[in-house]
Write a protein that binds this ligand. Structure first.
Ligand SMILES: [Mg+2]
Length: 278
């Protein structure tokens, strides 16, 4: 049985900076049993090393390669679309670093793209500059469309709010790369070298994690420790394959896969089964 996990963090592993009970046991079991996994976050602020350190301080002993951010997905997508391009950025270190690493230069005028993340760099001056650049032909790229982010002190505006502002002013729609975009969902699977039928997405948000997984043909697990309550499920046309009160129910991952998840459908894969070297 070859299976691997794409795992959201906020509302799944921690909430407002505090570890969710049992999340450390789940992740440490994946490490011990060498089950492939990667954390998938729509937060573009931090670089993967910063995220790994945050998790290590909570007793989850992951490395940089276990982290995949929407900033990384965005930078790789842009590098493929236009190698060695230029970007005007509203965002923080994680996004700037990802763009630099993928051959991009950060500029203040005549950029190929205006790239929007979240964080404290959103100012009226930056928004005005972005509007002018978009009106002059720069393409508007969103790292994600999450309207807000939960923090220790309550809700703060997210990337989606900034993007909506720019869309309203310019009348131009952004292209978004973060969850639930298939671009990020697919890139994360490829990062683990898994087939579609082997991939399981674990998250707390229907509109991003579960929708993103369902669109790709991955199996999905909704955890109720975050933004979704069981009674909210009635409002959606799609549903997760399994629901857990918390990922503590997954601390024996192989038993969970065997007893709680349907089998992955291999007809969803684009690879011919006869050509598979496994
Ligand atoms: Mg979440």
């Amino acid at each position: 049985m070859s299976v691997g996990f794409l795992i959201d963090m906020d509302g799944v592993i921690y909430r407002g900076g505090e570890l969710i009970d049992g999340a450390d046991r789940f992740i440490n079991a994946l490490l011990r049993e060498q089950i492939p996994f990667i954390f998938l976050t729509n937060n573009s602020q931090r670089a993967r090393r910063d995220v790994a350190t945050k998790l290590q301080r909570m007793g989850i002993f992951v490395e940089e390669q276990h982290i995949f951010t929407c900033a990384m997905a965005t930078a790789r997508f842009l590098a493929q679309k236009k190698p060695n391009g230029t970007a005007y950025v509203i965002g923080e270190g994680g996004l700037l670093q990802a763009l630099h690493r993928n051959g991009y230069s950060i500029v203040d005028h005549e950029p190929d793209f205006v790239v929007v993340g979240e964080g404290r760099t959103v100012t009226l001056d930056a928004l005005e500059q972005a509007v002018r650049l978009i009106m002059n032909g720069a393409k508007l790229i969103a790292t994600n469309l999450d309207p807000n982010c939960p923090t220790k002190n309550g809700t703060r505006p997210g990337c989606g709010a900034t993007v909506a502002y720019l869309e309203t002013v310019t009348g131009i729609k952004a292209f978004s790369v973060g969850k639930p975009s298939p671009i990020m969902m697919r890139a994360a699977r490829k990062e683990l070298g898994l087939l579609t039928s082997e991939t399981v997405m674990v998250g707390d948000t229907m509109e991003t994690d579960i929708l993103g997984g369902a669109q790709m043909g991955y199996r999905t697990v909704l955890t109720l420790t975050g933004s979704t309550r069981r009674e909210d499920l009635d409002h959606f046309a799609y549903a997760p394959d399994a629901i857990v009160e918390s990922v503590a129910e997954m601390e024996d991952p192989l038993a969970f896969i065997r007893s709680r998840l349907p089998r992955g459908k291999s007809e969803d894969d684009t690879v011919r089964l006869t050509a598979m070297a496994r």
